[in-house]
Design a protein around this ligand. Sequence first.
Ligand code: SF4
Length: 200
Amino acid sequence: MANTYTYELGNSLYLNLTNQCTNKCKFCIRDYKDGVGENNLWLDKEPTADEIINDIDKNPEVYDEIVFCGYGEPLIRLETILEVAKWLKQFDVQIRIDTNGQVNLIHNRNIAPELEGLIDVISISLNAKNANKYQQLCESDFGTEAFKSILDFAESCKNYIPKVILTVVNYSTTSIYECRKIAENLDVDFRVRQLCKEEE
Ligand code: SF4
């Protein structure tokens, strides 16, 4: 079966960059579905920037938003995101990244400045009120270090990206009230997502 590198959802275009992820979230859609809608999002091969760009067969301006996503963590593919975002910048369309927020641990540096002028919205999954709860729910490869790094990344993103959103999944153990407080204290937007990634 051909790899699905791009797919439409609502009036947005999603870019499926990778199946790699640094988490094993208890609520991950990948544990019970192969994709979103009709689209199987398991990849035999990760796309290059050119393959993503060639796969976008409409003028990007017809969409409300282009979303770097993945059936996995898109910012593992940072260089590809930067290349595609530079190309997308010639069009008048909003560009968003959906991320687990662990990118600075993944790349061992603060990458937020590299997104300046390229990304309009970043949606960072918070999902828990503290490091231990996060680790119980999301099982990061980085252990309890992950949670603080996510908050630090969100704080830094405010300097480089016009809109920063912390999100939580509406899961039985999630403390939505306390997560909302964290977002308020960081002075970023907050959103509750339904369990299925199709709602993102
Ligand atoms: S961060 Fe996203 S892709 Fe990764 S395990 Fe969690 S829900 Fe799945």
